[in-house]
Each structure stands twice: as C-alpha cells, then as structure tokens.
Design a protein around this ligand. Structure first.
Ligand SMILES: Nc1nc2c(c(=O)[nH]1)N[C@H]1C(S)=C(S)[C@@H](COP(=O)(O)OP(=O)(O)OC[C@H]3O[C@@H](n4cnc5c(=O)[nH]c(N)nc54)[C@H](O)[C@@H]3O)O[C@H]1N2
Ligand SMILES: Nc1nc2c(c(=O)[nH]1)N[C@H]1C(S)=C(S)[C@@H](COP(=O)(O)OP(=O)(O)OC[C@H]3O[C@@H](n4cnc5c(=O)[nH]c(N)nc54)[C@H](O)[C@@H]3O)O[C@H]1N2
Ligand SMILES: [Mo]
Length: 785
C-alpha cells in the first residue's frame, strides 16, 4: 500500500477493482464505511456481484482479464474531457519527457520486439537527451514525442464502445464509473484504488497494476491522504515476506538478486550495473554491503568483496511454476515446503501433484498434514508402493504459539507476543530454521570445498542451543555500527565500507538504541489518523508514501482539505501530520526540492516506464480466451513465457467456450488447511461449488444443487451447482458469452473435502512476476446424471 488502512477514511472515491475486501479484508470496511459516511462514493468493478458490490454506489461488471481495456477507457475519458490534474502531471510525472524518435507502437507491438525470443529490446524506448546528457522536456506537454502526447495517442484507441465490446460492461455503467472516479482530479479531492488478486493473477498482471498507477497519477491522487494505490495484501505477513526476499528475484529490501552474468560477476560489477546515477537508489552499495555484513559478519571483508561471491547466482526463472516444472523434469530432487500447500494452491495442481512423486525427498513443515504432505497416500489417488519420495513431516506451531513481528498491507511492522505454549512437539519456524542451520553448519565444519565455503562463512550468532534469541535477530535486521556497537537510527547511517550491518535496509530505524519500535502501542491519534507512535512503518515510519506530492511545487497543500505535510518557511522544514517521505529540510526552492518520487532515477513518477511487456500497458486477451483481441492482431501477451504443453494443454474456445475465474469465500482460508480442519468453518461452507448464471443453467439443463462436472484442457472436477444472479451472461464483441466462478479452497484432506479448482488452471503467467493466470481460463460444464 502507498497509504494504509485507516487512511481510507479520507477518500472521496474508492474504486475497488480486482479485490473483494468486504469478504477478504473485512476490517478495511470499517474505514471504507467511515469514508462513505463522510460522503465518499464507492465503486466495485468485478465480473461477479460480490458483497463489496452490494454496498457500492456504482457496480460495473467486466469480463475477467480485461482490466487494462476498462482503465485504458477511463484514461482516454479523462484525457479527452480534460479531467486531469495538469499541474501535478506536469511537475511530478515524466509527462513532459521526450521519447526517442525511434519509439513506435504498431498493431499491438512496441518497437524492438523479437518474436523468436518473445522479448523486447528496449533501446528505442529511451528518452531524448541533450549534449549535456540531460533529458529533453517540453513543459507545454504538446510535443508529439512527449510522454503526455504518446500516452494520449495510445489510449485514444480505447473509446467507450470498443472498451465495452471487450469488457462486456454495459456502456452506461462504464461511463458512470469513469465520471465518478475522474471527479477526483479536482485538487481538493482524492480517490483511491484498492486491488488484490483479481488484478495480479493474469498474464497482464503487472501492467494491470501499472495502468491503475497511471490513472492515479493523471488524477493527481498519489501521495494524498485518501489517495494512492493500495494493494490489499494476502497472507497475514505477505508484505513482510516480500520485504524479506521471498521473491526469487530479490534479496531482502528489494535489492536484485545477483545473477550468473558478467554484469554481476563481482561486487563492483553488481554495484556499477545495479546502481542508478540519480535518485535515492544511488545509496544501493551501502545497503548491499550492510546486508552482506549481516549475512557473513567478520567473514565479510573488503578483501573478499564482503562475501559477495558466497551468494548463489543463477540466471533462470525460479518462480513457483518454474520450480515445479524442474521437479517434473527431475532436475530438482528435494523440497522444503514451509507452510504451503501447492497440491491445492498451485496452478495446474494435478501436474504439481505428479511432480512431487519425482522428488527424492520432501519435507513438509505445517500445522496439519496437508494434501501436499500426504500426496503419496491412497486417499490422494496415489499408489504408495510406486512412490519413491521420502516424506518428512515437521509439526509447526501456529501464530498464537510464538512471538515475532508481521508487516501488514500498510507496511506497519507489528510485534506479536506468544499467547499459549506450542502444542506437542510443534515448533516455531524460526526455531526449525535455527536448528537446521546449526546442524548444516556442524556437518560442513571440516570441509573446505566450494559448497562448504558459504556455509562456513555464514555468521549465525543468535544464541546457543536450539532456542534462537529473537531479539538478536531483530537487532541485526535493523543493523548496528561495528565501531560503537550502537543500533542505527535509520538507513541514512548505512555505509559501504563494512563498518555497519543491516539485515534489511528498508527496516533500518525500527530498532534504534531506544528499543524495538514495532512493539509500540500508543493509541493516540497524532493527526489525520496516522498514529505515528503505534508500531513502525517502513520506510522511517512514513505512513503515506510520496506525501511530498500532496503539496504543490511551492510546498503548500494543493488543498487545505487534503493537507498532510507542507513546507514551513519559518522553521525551514517540512511539517504536518506524517513523517515526510522526502528530506525534511529540503526547501522547495532548492535543487530537487520539487520532485516527490525520490526512488525513481529522475525523481518523478513514470507514466512511461520500461517493463518487460512495454512502456504503456496494452490490452491483450488472456492466454485462453473466447474472442479475438479487438485492439490488435496480437492475441495474448507477446512476452509471457509459454511452458511446455506436456501436462499443460491450452484449451480451445470451441471445446471450452465458458470463461472461468477463481476466488475466495470469507469462511475459508486459502488451500483450506487452516479452515477445513475447523469444525465450525467446515460446517458453514462444507462443499465445493461453482456459481453459474440462471441463463447458463437453463442452457445446460442444470438445477440448483445439481452435481456438475467442470472440465478444462488440464483436468476435471466435480462440484455442486449454485445458480445465482451474481453472474450474468455478457455480450462480448457482439456475442453472448458466459462466465462462471468458483472458490479454490478444496482438496481431499480435512473435515470437509471437495474438488480442487486448480486442477483446471494452467501454467501460464505474467512475464514480470510469473504470477499464474488463476483468474481467467476456459472450461465447459455439464450436469452429472
Ligand atoms: N476469508 C479469506 N480472506 C482472505 C483469503 C482467504 O483465503 N480467505 N486469502 C488472503 C490472500 S492470501 C489474498 S492474496 C487476498 C486476496 O484477496 P482478493 O483479491 O480480494 O481475493 P479473490 O476473492 O481471489 O479475488 C477478488 C475478486 O476478483 C474478482 N475477479 C476475478 N477476475 C477478475 C478480473 O479479471 N478483473 C477484476 N477486476 N476482478 C476480477 C473475483 O470475482 C473476486 O471477487 O485475500 C486474503 N484474505
Ligand atoms: N486458483 C487459485 N489459486 C490460487 C489463488 C487464487 O486466487 N486462485 N491464490 C494464490 C494466492 S494469492 C496464494 S497466497 C497462494 C497460497 O498458497 P499456499 O501458501 O500454498 O496456501 P495456504 O493454504 O495459505 O498454505 C499455507 C499453509 O501454511 C500452514 N501454516 C499456517 N501457519 C503456519 C506457520 O506459522 N508455520 C508453518 N510452517 N505453516 C503454517 C497452513 O496450515 C497451510 O497448510 O495460493 C494461490 N493459489
Ligand atoms: Mo495471496
């Protein structure tokens, strides 16, 4: 989230698109309702009429996988009707930058496309520079090569008629949403976009998020209270996990993981090629060296590149899909499954189930014996005699049985204390990892070969015996100064000479000498509901990111109604209700005093930005779609990776004419281990079901509660039919089209069991993140007699 949960109350218009917070993030509704009480408009855009839609002022249905068309249409509406905050756009985005004359966009492809590699050479997407190497700008925004004019041209193709023919949205509903949301372009109004998995789980997932950000920038909504672009995060600590390097492409603090390439051969190469020449990221070498010092302690010295060569360097995609494809091929032979259940939650789960049988060993660390831990059993449809995989089960304890911090969607790191002692032999994950690390270190102690070196160099000093001292872990995450032994008070103190350590630079500051700030529980509102003394928000306790943008270039709020920080001439610093996300003493008149997006190389937001699949988001159809792309002859994302069709067939629209999507219900959690093992929740939603429209049910002769078979090119599942008005047939490019929906919480273990939706989904994903396309695929449905 750029903002945070409590801040939603300040919004004038809340667009929920690609999420269903009423059911999946219920606490958010406390603040959404508060905003509504103050007069805010609520919009829900979802293929299905949800509980969030139920209390919305405007509801617009759209076909799954068409968010770019929908928002592209709103961008076009805003630009055509001059409903943008022009001063904001001119000063705080790259709208005025001139793009190379060689850049072009033609029939769905940007310049530089290499069909054989399914990727772009992005050289022609560069900005024009003068002799001094400075970017050439046109502050009037009228130059045909300016980002502003290119953007306008790109989205002029997204007229309301074409958009609605693609999305299936009734035109009046689309125009009502466009009008209501674009009203927030007024400087005294802020609109926010709340999104989650309906947005990201697509072959265009990254660009779906980007197009939301572009719209928000045009309306001047980023950095303002009640504005922003707010990802409603999933698992309780998914924000913390990604901050701490869960994503395969990054180390902690979003430092790119080194790859096996010349540009990362040495630490010097890494620093040279990863560090921009302007913007706050120029400090990257300090973050990297401090991280290496946290990993390797005294074994990290200037002479050995601070242990840089101990880091694993790969050059492949190590995402979920790729890992399972490698298991299937036999290249990966062992797996530690820490708190995950891919046999239910993974894409094309039937294939993942089979891949597990090719492993030599599997260690499942979980509260329950999940479908994944028991994949080899008879009830899973396996023949144990034929499975060679040795499976170990380590009982993990639950969140109430251990202490530690988790970070919420608003980036607040909040400490939680142990409520009860762990049951039986179960242990905290930290303890399990600690024991494993000590054991591995002991096994490698007397070895000097290449594999042993990083393990021996690893500095693992978190107390003695099996019980790690969690406070030592926390202190190291923050970081300290080796000379003084003192805790650092923020990342500005990090050094690249090895004199400081920090396990995660973005959190540096949460644990200064004064103590662990994530334990703070001061419930006093410090202004605007920011509660600055409650827990700790990274970075540097800033609650609303880019809050400099809520003030005009001169440093005064665009509007009194939306003030958060402003320049105080007498005090010569930024003051207000939040910690400035900007150097607090940098005057608006000083160099760089008017550019709020300090993490960007040019310190302005990128309407035009280099991504794998293009500098502007463009609509492509989902991998499996019932129609031809109306916007170009390029059918689906031209750079998404296509995995082998072995066990991963692509469905054809003639055989599988119905669109399907998957989602959550309030009563179940994810793959169901946490809820299908609870009697009360099991009783509330005891069966796998699909939601189908009255019209489709009539066509197929299906009655409410009938057993049905749902089939895709990958597999079939059984379910009960729930006939509903929540889905309606749509007219897509002139043709009546059906969409169905289903939860993905079921499997064969637990108190209640049912068909696994992911036996239907495919291994196809977004090129930037490799997020699977769980939210749009093709299927067929029939009644089981
Ligand atoms: N009760 C409960 N709460 C949960 C979870 C849970 O399992 N149970 N899981 C947690 C986790 S890990 C996560 S990630 C979050 C997920 O939170 P959400 O993203 O809200 O979860 P979903 O229900 O999967 O999807 C949201 C909505 O997207 C819609 N949708 C489908 N396709 C599209 C599309 O192409 N465009 C648009 N605009 N919308 C589409 C679906 O109809 C659905 O209503 O929830 C968290 N909260
Ligand atoms: N079709 C479809 N598939 C999806 C999605 C979708 O929308 N549609 N959503 C995707 C999303 S957003 C997500 S996040 C993934 C989730 O996929 P998974 O992470 O595989 O699913 P979970 O059920 O959350 O698995 C968590 C496991 O952790 C265990 N657990 C709970 N607490 C602890 C603990 O403290 N320690 C340990 N070691 N274990 C613990 C639980 O018992 C459970 O078995 O699924 C994805 N799959
Ligand atoms: Mo998630």
């Amino acid at each position: 989230m750029t903002n945070h949960w409590i801040d939603l109350q300040h919004s004038d218009c809340i667009l929920i698109m690609g999420g269903n917070p009423a059911e999946n993030h219920p606490i958010s509704f406390k603040w959404i309702l508060k905003a509504k009480e103050k007069g805010a408009k609520l919009i829900s855009v979802d293929p299905r009429y949800t509980r969030s839609s139920k209390i919305a002022d405007y509801y617009a249905p759209l076909r799954s996988g068409t968010d770019i068309a929908f928002i592209g249409g709103i961008i076009n509406y805003a630009l055509q009707n001059d409903l943008i905050q022009k001063e904001y756009v001119r000063h705080y985005t790259n709208a005025s930058f001139l793009v190379s004359d060689k850049y072009s966009f033609n029939d769905g492809l940007f310049s530089g496309y290499d069909a054989a590699k399914r990727s772009y050479n992005t050289d022609t997407w560069a900005f024009q520079k003068n002799e001094k190497g400075e970017i050439i700008k046109d502050e009037t925004l009228s130059h045909p090569q300016s980002v502003y004019q290119l953007l306008k041209k790109h989205y002029s193709r997204y007229d309301a008629d074409t958009v609605c023919a693609v999305t299936g949205t009734p035109k009046e509903a689309f125009l009502a949403v466009a009008k209501a949301f674009c009203e927030t372009s007024s400087p005294d109004k802020a609109g926010t976009i709340l999104y989650a998995m309906g947005t990201t789980q697509h072959t265009t997932g990254t660009q779906n998020v980007r197009i939301y950000a572009i719209l928000q920038l045009l309306l001047g909504n980023i950095g303002l209270p009640g504005g922003g672009i707010n990802a409603l995060r999933g698992e309780s600590n998914v924000q913390g996990s990604t901050d701490f390097g869960l994503l395969y492409g990054s180390l902690t603090g979003y430092l790119n993981a080194p790859t096996a390439s010349a540009k990362h051969a040495t630490l010097a190469d890494y620093n040279k090629n990863e560090t921009p020449t302007s913007g706050y990221w120029i400090n990257k070498p300090k973050f990297m060296v401090s991280l290496l010092k946290a990993f390797y302690g005294p074994n990290a010295t200037a002479e050995n590149e601070f242990g840089y060569q101990y880091l694993p360097k790969g050059n492949k995609n190590y995402s979920h899909i790729a890992i399972f494809e490698s298991m299937d091929k036999g290249t990966i032979k062992g797996m530690l499954a820490f708190g995950q259940n891919p046999v239910v939650g993974g894409p094309n789960a039937g294939k993942e189930h089979k891949a597990l049988a090719k492993l030599d060993w599997l260690v499942a660390v979980d509260l329950w014996e999940t479908e994944t831990a028991s994949f080899w059993q008879k009830e899973a449809g396996s023949n144990p005699a034929e499975i060679k995989t040795e499976v170990f089960f380590l009982p993990a304890c639950g969140s109430y049985e251990k202490e530690g911090s988790i970070s919420n969607s608003g980036r607040w790191m909040q400490y939680r204390w142990q409520a009860i002692k762990p049951r039986g032999e179960s242990k905290a994950d930290l303890e399990i990892i600690h024991m494993l690390a000590l054991k591995i270190k002991a096994l490698y102690k007397n070895r000097t070969d290449a594999a042993a070196r990083p393990i021996n160099a690893l500095h693992w000093e978190y107390g003695h015996g099996d019980h790690p001292d969690i406070d030592l872990v926390a202190r190291e995450i923050n970081g300290y100064d080796y000379k003084t032994g003192k805790q650092l008070s923020g990342f500005a103190e990090l050094k690249d000479d090895g004199s400081t350590c920090s396990g995660n630079w973005i959190y540096c500051g949460f644990y200064p000498e004064a103590g662990n700030l994530s334990k703070r529980r001061d419930n006093k509102d410090t202004g605007m509901g920011n509660y600055l003394n409650w827990s700790y928000a990274w970075p540097m306790n800033r609650r609303v990111l880019y809050n400099r943008a809520a003030a005009n270039p001169a440093g005064q709020p665009w509007s009194k109604k939306k003030e958060i920080i402003w320049w105080d001439e007498a005090k010569q610093k930024w003051v207000g209700h939040d910690v400035p996300d900007f150097a607090a003493t940098k005057a608006p008149t000083s160099a760089g005093g008017t550019t709020p997006f300090i993490m960007m190389p040019n310190e302005v937001a990128g309407l035009f930005a280099v991504r794998k699949d293009g500098p502007f988001p463009e609509h492509y159809e989902p991998y499996e779609s019932p129609v031809a792309n109306a916007f170009s002859s390029v059918q689906f994302n031209p750079v998404s990776v296509i995995w082998s069709e072995e066990g991963n067939k692509k469905g054809d629209k003639d055989k599988f004419p119905i669109i399907a999507t998957t989602y959550r219900v309030s009563e179940h959690w994810q793959s169901g281990a946490m809820t299908r093992n609870q009697e009360w929740l099991s009783e509330l939603v005891p069966h796998m079901f699909i939601e189908i429209s009255e019209e489709l049910a009539a066509e197929k002769g299906i009655k409410n509660k009938d057993r049905v078979l749902v089939t895709s090119a990958r597999g079939s599942i059984e379910a009960y039919a729930m006939i509903t008005k929540r889905f309606k047939p749509m007219v897509i490019r002139g043709k009546k089209t059906h969409q169905i929906g289903m939860p993905w919480h079921f499997g064969y273990k637990g108190i209640v069991t049912g068909g696994t939706a992911n036996n239907l989904t495919a291994n196809i994903a977004d090129p930037e993140t490799t997020m699977p396309e769980y939210k749009a695929f093709l299927c067929d449905v029939r009644r089981i007699d």
